[in-house]
Design a protein around this ligand. Structure first.
Ligand code: SF4
Length: 411
């Protein structure tokens, strides 16, 4: 199972020498890089000096115990078992807990878990889908085997003639992506940045038999043509990328479109989740608290606060936190510097297999086993299907699950 992205391809074969993966078969370039491990593995350190695991765990526990408002962040590259321990640790320490879904696919996953949006599995898409829409998504780059394994090229049980005759792929984006080029140019709809909600409303109108109008230069006939293709779909799937999520201020236009489509057809939606188990974190936190992210626990009490003010972005912007535990993530690289800067002013603990900018600024660094290679567990694929990760070989390094358990016990 490749943990290079949330497609979690399960047909990978590897050749090993000792505790190294030397050759990877079937994976894409992202997967090969992931399976071969880090170019710079993380060392166990306390205050930038080499330390043993017991010392690092004791120091991490003391930082979290002394903090009034710690943050626990990351989780997208951790097994579900590790995520559940992390949620328990946040409860125990009265921490803020969040993950990258807070500023990417969270609203879509939440709407699916609340049963406001219809979804399906990738296997359904492979076997049944005759109309596929990539909206603000470019899987050729973000999830390189998406088109070949599930969405466009494969022949499925009800799609024996494959992409040549049995499937129509549509791309909607602000630029002609590689996916748009692969999926035939004439089904590419180019929108201005931020134009998705307006286009969605026009498409919903077209489905209702009204003349679709937009303020930008897009021929009404082309929108009517698209609505006809979607109306006639036997099984449709919309893959929602970050381009669409960032463009929509609220999800109402998407709800309206999906509701209208399902008056005529059978349409589903799958978020193009990036990190291999981001969706697992959302599912696990939702099962325990009813929320998918942006939470603050209140010590051992059952109280919790939820909302945008508890998101990683807001607690950093407002300097609400006085320590942070980062698991399998690099917020100093991925967040804007103006927001992430506060992380450099507080005690940081990082658990990660590899060195990165955040580990270089951490008071405590604890190396962990690489998920899916040196440690196993379960994870939730981008379509909500739970899968089992099997480790390829034993490693001296503890899994993040074991490290989090030991920190929790030390507290
Ligand atoms: S598409 Fe994703 S899961 Fe599949 S091989 Fe590539 S990185 Fe790995």
């Amino acid at each position: 199972m490749c943990t290079g992205c949330a497609l979690l391809c399960d047909d990978i074969e590897v050749e090993t020498e000792g505790d190294k993966v030397t050759v990877v078969h079937a994976a894409c370039r992202k997967g090969v890089a992931r399976m071969k491990g880090c170019s710079e593995p993380l060392e166990c350190t306390v205050d930038a000096e080499g330390a043993d695991m017991d010392t690092a765990i004791a120091k991490a526990a003391s930082i979290l115990r002394d903090a009034k408002n710690p943050l626990i962040f990351g989780h997208g590259n951790s097994s579900s078992e590790a995520q559940k321990i992390s949620i328990g640790l946040a409860r125990k320490t009265g921490a803020y807990i969040d993950d990258t879904s807070s500023f990417c696919q969270g609203p879509i996953v939440e709407a699916i878990l609340q049963e406001r949006l219809r979804t399906c599995t990738l296997d359904d898409v492979r076997h049944k889908a005759d109309v596929i829409v990539f909206w603000g998504a470019d899987p050729s780059n973000s999830h390189p085997r998406h088109l070949s394994r599930y969405s466009y090229f494969p022949r499925g049980k009800e799609r024996q003639r494959g992409w040549e005759e049995d499937r129509k792929a549509i791309t909607i984006d602000i630029r002609k992506s590689e996916t748009a080029i692969i999926c035939k140019d004439e089904r590419f709809y180019q929108l201005p940045a931020g134009g998705d909600a307006e286009f969605m409303a026009a498409l919903t109108n077209a489905l209702s038999g009204k003349v679709p109008k937009t303020s930008f230069d897009l021929d009404s006939k082309r929108i009517l043509g698209l609505s006809n293709i979607m109306k006639k779909a036997k099984f449709g799937a919309i893959f929602v990328g970050l381009g669409l999520v960032y463009s929509l201020e609220e999800l109402d236009p998407l709800f309206a479109l999906m509701d209208k489509l399902n008056e005529f057809s059978d349409f589903h939606l799958i978020p193009m989740v990036g990190q291999y188990n981001m969706r697992g974190f959302n599912h696990n936190l939702f099962a325990e608290t009813g929320y998918i992210n942006r939470l603050k626990f209140d010590g051992d009490s059952k109280e919790l606060a939820h909302g945008p003010e508890n998101s990683v972005v807001e607690v950093l912007r407002n300097k609400n936190i006085d320590a942070a535990l980062i698991i399998g993530s690099d917020p100093l690289s991925s967040l804007p510097l103006s927001i992430a800067r506060h992380l450099a002013d507080i005690p940081l603990i990082t658990i990660d297999p590899c060195n990165n900018l955040t580990t270089s600024r951490s008071a405590v660094t604890i190396p962990c086993a690489l998920g899916g290679v040196e440690s196993g567990g379960t994870a939730i694929r981008m379509d909500g299907v739970e899968v089992e990760l099997k480790k390829i070989f034993d490693s001296d390094r503890l899994s993040d699950q074991e490290i989090l358990k030991r920190i929790t016990e030390a507290i």
